[in-house]
Design a protein around this ligand. Structure first.
Ligand SMILES: [Zn+2]
Length: 278
């Protein structure tokens, strides 16, 4: 209790200083699966739930909220002069659907072959490593566009039941479009992984947008960019396909803040009606 009171006092004192108070802003989707961009006085140090996060030289930072993020979280900002301000954040909860998918090849739902299990482990390890990247670029700080336009056949967060077996939630948005449809970069970035054939996700591409924000494209028939390539928003980076664990051609579009899976559909305008019903 004593500690809490002291922290509250510090927060009030720091917020009372006109410069610090004006320097802190946080905007974006304060909702499960959302991304929020903040500004602090240059030279400040920021941590989210005790985890130090990168701040750009001009005071920009980004955080993301998981599918099951708690309703309350804490951002701590240490001003260059040393004062510490605590900013409680309220994260809105969401309701998630249950999605049943049948007719998947059994070995893609419950793999048992040694070679398949080894492949899955290698895929997971590689993706995990790529998502640890923390580049100083701030490409995430721009309005995103849809990588493809079409009917949305799967949404973020759904609890999945595959061939009758409960599986982990769906962390992305699925857009059902034909094989060969060009996939565009939704924002500027750098290609951080290009893999032709992962066990679950088939042709898989990851684009890094800086500060731990990355987007992933799965089930691709063709990847048109190499690792390390710098891409601009709108550049064609791949073609839609039906590789990996799928029942038909579609793009799975995912987004991460490091290991935290976000909902990319929160960053773009609603899918145009005309694209959704061809
Ligand atoms: Zn998907």
């Amino acid at each position: 209790m004593q500690g809490l009171r002291i922290h509250a006092l510090i927060a009030i004192v720091v917020l009372g200083l006109p410069f610090s108070a004006r320097a802190f802003t946080l905007s974006g989707n304060l909702v499960q699966g959302g991304m929020a961009i903040g500004h602090v006085a240059p030279g400040s140090r920021v941590s989210y739930e005790g985890r130090p996060i990168r701040v750009s030289p001009d005071g920009l930072f980004v955080i993301g909220f998981s599918r099951d993020a708690k309703a309350q979280a804490m951002l701590t900002v240490q001003a260059p002069q040393g004062g510490i301000a605590k900013h409680p954040i309220s994260i809105k909860p969401r309701q998630y659907d249950i999605q049943r998918i049948d007719g998947l090849p059994p070995k893609k739902v419950t793999p048992t072959a040694k070679a398949d299990l080894a492949r899955i482990r290698a895929d997971i390890a590689l993706v995990r490593k790529v998502r640890r990247r923390d580049d100083p670029r701030t490409d995430f700080d721009q309005p995103f566009i849809w990588p493809v336009l079409g009917r949305i056949s799967g949404v973020y967060g759904s609890q999945r039941i595959l061939n009758g077996n409960p599986r982990r939630p769906h962390f992305g948005v699925d857009i059902a479009v034909p094989t060969g449809t060009p996939v565009k970069a939704p924002a500027d970035g750098v290609v951080s992984m290009a893999h032709d054939d992962m066990f679950y996700s088939g042709g898989t591409l990851i684009v890094d947008h800086g500060h731990g924000i990355s987007t992933v494209y799965m089930h691709l028939s063709k990847i048109l960019v190499a690792e390390g390539t710098q891409v601009r928003q709108g550049d064609v980076i791949a073609q839609v396909g039906a590789t990996g664990r799928v029942t038909g051609p579609h793009l799975h579009w995912g987004m991460n803040w490091f290991e935290t899976r976000l909902d990319p559909s929160l960053l773009v305008s609603p899918m145009p009606e005309t694209a959704a019903t061809p």
